[in-house]
Design a protein around this ligand. Structure first.
Ligand SMILES: [Zn+2]
Length: 258
């Protein structure tokens, strides 16, 4: 008798699971098809003014171009930083663009791909010093994973920031105080099965730099005798602020191979 009841409960649970799955599939279908009625104008290479100008400029560049014999890294420096266009690394560090390696992504976060690039930078290109530079007013301080995923679920097209937050170095505010709004509400991407970690900076810049330097320092393929210098670039003043706790974590240590 008891056994029969358990079997019935198990069957009910399975049926509920199947029904929920079907419902989810329906929702995905609804969100990813049929609702997309906004017609966005498009630009292609044959209609883009900038494309034409860029091609013209590249031809002028080529006519005066002198090929460097090899890669010359002055001071053997690699820089990991954000893709934010306000971060002008050659001006900040006083090194020409062609004399250092710059690895950029959203936030200047240390990802697997950054670790791959840093390993190659040292192993094959001779880098001996790493700068890790994140910055104030970074987009990653203005989102959480939920905020980003919810925006995308509603629409894959552009969203705008309607209430800013986290613009100063301190005090750090809550990322959730930022408000984003989708410009359209169609063509959402249902990510239920594939949540992406956007690496938001929720713990504050000092902590995110500290977290990231440890990923470099603890990586088995990046030797510990390569120092990692850690900074926050203050975009309103242009100051390059050292992060003491992260600098300490990034200090080079000599290696004795036995
Ligand atoms: Zn940024």
């Amino acid at each position: 008798m008891k056994k029969n009841i358990l079997v019935i409960i198990a069957i009910i649970i399975i049926i509920i699971g199947v029904l929920e799955k079907m419902q989810r599939k329906n929702n995905i279908k609804k969100k990813s098809s049929g609702m997309c009625t906004i017609q966005h104008s498009v630009v292609n290479s044959d209609t883009s003014d900038f494309f034409a100008t860029a091609i013209e400029t590249s031809k002028k560049y080529q006519s005066a171009y002198k090929s460097p014999e090899r890669i010359v890294l002055e001071n053997r420096v690699a820089v990991v930083t954000c893709m934010d266009s306000r971060i002008n690394i050659p001006n900040i560090l006083g090194l020409p663009l062609e004399k250092m390696l710059i690895i950029r992504n959203a936030g200047g976060r240390v990802t697997d791909d950054v670790l791959r690039s840093l390993t190659i930078s040292h192993k094959l290109l001779g880098v001996e010093q790493i700068f890790l530079i994140q910055h104030t007013d970074c987009g990653l301080q203005k989102i959480t994973n939920d905020v980003m995923n919810n925006l995308l679920e509603e629409s894959i097209f552009k969203a705008e920031l309607i209430q800013n937050c986290n613009i100063t170095l301190e005090p750090l505010q809550n990322n959730r105080m930022c408000q984003w709004r989708n410009n359209s509400q169609c063509c959402g991407y249902h990510q239920e099965r594939k949540k992406i970690n956007w690496l938001p900076i929720e713990e504050g810049l000092f902590e995110s730099v500290f977290t990231d330097v440890q990923k470099i320092r603890n990586h088995p393929l990046i030797p510990s005798n390569v120092p990692v210098y850690c900074f926050i670039f203050e975009v309103t003043t242009g100051e390059l602020i050292q992060v003491p706790k992260a600098m300490e974590a990034g200090r080079a240590k000599s290696i004795i191979c036995t």
